[in-house]
Design a protein around this ligand. Structure first.
Ligand code: BDR
Ligand code: CA
Length: 329
């Protein structure tokens, strides 16, 4: 039996946990398990210019600089109420470590916009592309507004976002990726049904520790990727502890990595089919994700929502794949 290799567009706002997901994905690409068709960067954890630069640097670090990076619109989200997350991820989005990484070869000024890149690739490979969206959904909504129906050409849209039966992380009600641009999220959830959601309900269990980073790095301590992993992990643990995100455990949450677990290790997750809606109006609940998974005919269901995770095995396979990335670089 030949397994098909997923073609992936990574929509991202690096981001400490984005960076870990990014490196994990590149490992999977280098193992021949996925094709990374493009990276579409977006305003989110930090500004669009920085998430573009960070994406290019990560590709350069791994020798994948030929992969095109789209640029997000600066200040392009509908958010006027949610600040970026530089306090958690560092002012450069990468634990203030971006100066230690090689510069990318692509320039923000001459790059194509992320929405145009999404549109082109979805038309080029209809029903073949999986969009892995680990940031505010601004680029996806912009593509849809420019070219209505375009996201219907995606095989699947896998989203890290939302908080259903747990508190949010940006307000008590809302999770960052959705709350940063609720109108864009609403547009996607109102229009499409081929959505897979990895919410805080499960990602708050994904605590990546210093010991895990050391296990990755021990195999190749001098390797530049290993050093970045160890240093970024240390930085992210510092802010995660300050924001009390991990119940006192020394580690940080690798939220965005859950999307890759779904695609490559789905046995680590359990899902429910549900109707997900996005609150955009509430005075106190803007960006909240609502979830109806009652046992009734699911006419309005639009998403598979992860509700349980085997975090031990998910983190274990992530560590093993990161080791393979070092072995190949
Ligand atoms: C999400 O918000 C961002 O800060 C993280 O990178 C992740 O995508 C978690 O709520
Ligand atoms: Ca992110």
């Amino acid at each position: 039996m030949t397994l098909s290799k997923p073609k992936i567009i990574l929509d991202t706002d690096p981001g400490g946990d984005d960076s870990f997901a990014f490196l994990w994905l590149i490992s999977l690409v280098q193992q021949g398990k996925a094709d990374l068709v493009a990276v579409t960067s977006v305003d989110g954890n930090v500004s669009a210019r920085l998430t573009f630069a960070g994406s290019c640097k990560l590709l350069q670090l791994c020798g994948c600089e030929a992969i095109e990076v789209g640029r997000g619109v600066i200040g392009g989200s509908a958010s006027d109420q949610v600040e970026d997350a530089g306090e958690i991820h560092g002012t450069d989005g990468m634990g203030n470590l971006s100066h230690t990484l090689p510069d990318g070869v692509q320039e923000y000024e001459s790059a194509r916009s992320s929405d145009d890149l999404l549109i082109e690739k979805l038309k080029q490979f209809p029903e073949e592309i999986t969009i892995v969206a680990i940031a505010p959904l601004t680029n996806l909504a912009a593509a849809e507004q420019k070219s209505p129906g375009i996201l219907g050409l995606a095989k699947e849209i896998v989203i890290m976002g939302g908080a259903f039966q747990v508190p949010g992380n940006i307000t008590s009600e809302a999770e960052f990726n959705i709350a940063y641009d609720p109108e864009s999220a609403k547009l996607i959830f109102d229009r499409y049904t081929h959505l897979v959601v990895l919410p805080l309900d499960i990602t708050r269990n994904l605590i990546f520790t210093d010991e895990m980073a050391q296990r990755v790095a021990d195999t190749q301590a001098e390797n530049a990727i290993a050093q970045f992993i160890v240093s970024l992990c240390k930085f992210m643990i510092g802010t995660a502890m300050a924001f009390r995100e991990t119940a006192g455990i020394s580690g940080f949450l690798v939220h965005d990595a859950a999307t890759l677990a779904y695609l490559f290790y789905p046995e680590t997750l359990m899902f429910r089919r549900a109707q997900v809606q996005i609150e955009t109006q509430g005075e106190w609940t803007r960006g909240k994700t609502l979830f109806d998974d009652r046992h009734k005919t699911k006419g309005g269901a639009n998403a598979w929502v992860a509700m349980q995770v085997d975090s031990i095995n998910l983190l274990a396979v992530m560590v093993e794949d990161l080791k393979l990335l070092l072995a190949k670089s």
